[in-house]
Design a protein around this ligand. Structure first.
Ligand SMILES: [Zn+2]
Length: 264
């Protein structure tokens, strides 16, 4: 995948733990101090605070982000949707039992994610609903990976490799270009080994809407090729991909025709 966007939600997960610990001790922090704790510059802090604030509003929780104030004036910044300096907000945060709320940005709720994966694999039509339930990018990536690899029974759909550690769930339409539900829909995925994932993303290998593998140089004119190169590239040209057993999980042909190669 070529997308290298910063994962603010992963950082929000770390900040969530820090803020809930501060709330328990009835302490506040500054933008600079909080940024240092999660290892970033203070300027992008608002992108990290935003998902936390959104979650608190959505779940009707006290605004945890009221704990982060400017060192200069002691007030919350412009992204804060409460009233800056309003002590009632802080008191609610201090009084709340944060240990009753699981970190919404953590990857730790494995059992819940596994249940979501199972439901998604049995009915990929529920992807929109599952996208909302999964809350963070980290969770969504895990759900997509598990759903796609389960669908293909942990085989690279081009070469049949089954080493779990070297298998990826490749997006057909990239995370960045896909509508939210398609980011986790297994029908927008292919189970590929690391090599075939890279060659697919870079456009050396493609999959047609009727599920055939296309290699860009089928006659090996752009050699020299080693035996292993041929085995993993030109040999596959024209072959069918190994599809999931369940036809409901087969890749969407419309998405296959929209696949764009990753230009760098
Ligand atoms: Zn492979």
């Amino acid at each position: 995948m070529g997308t290298k966007s910063v994962d603010h939600e992963e950082r929000a997960g770390r900040l969530w733990s820090i803020l809930t610990a501060l709330a328990k001790d009835k302490k506040i922090t500054t933008y600079g101090e909080a940024a240092r704790e999660i290892g970033i510059h203070h300027r992008p802090m608002r992108f990290v605070l935003e998902p936390i604030q959104d979650f608190c509003i959505k779940e009707d929780l006290p605004r945890l982000t009221s704990l982060v104030v400017s060192k200069t004036n002691g007030l919350q910044g412009s992204g804060y949707l409460g009233i800056p300096g309003h002590t009632a907000d802080l008191e609610k945060v201090f009084a709340f039992g944060w240990n009753t709320v699981a970190n919404p940005f953590s990857d730790l709720k494995i059992a819940e994610l596994d249940r979501i994966v199972a439901e998604l694999v049995s009915d990929p039509g529920t992807a929109s609903e599952k996208y909302i339930q999964t809350l963070s990018r980290g969770n969504r990536q895990r759900v997509f990976r598990q759903a796609v690899l389960q669908a293909y029974d942990w085989n690279c759909c081009m070469c049949g490799l089954t080493f779990h550690d070297s298998l990826d769930a490749a997006h057909i339409v990239s995370w960045a270009s896909a509508k939210p539900n398609l980011r986790i829909d297994p029908r927008n995925g292919l189970a590929l080994c690391a090599t075939h994932h890279k060659l697919y993303d870079k456009g050396w290998l493609n999959v047609t809407p009727d599920y055939r593998i296309v290699y860009v140089d089928p006659n090996q004119e752009d050699g020299p090729y080693s035996e292993a190169d041929v085995y993993n590239s030109a040999r596959l040209h024209g072959a069918s991909v190994q599809l999931p057993k369940e036809a409901s999980l087969w890749p969407n042909p419309d998405l296959l025709s929209l696949h764009e190669t990753d230009q760098e």
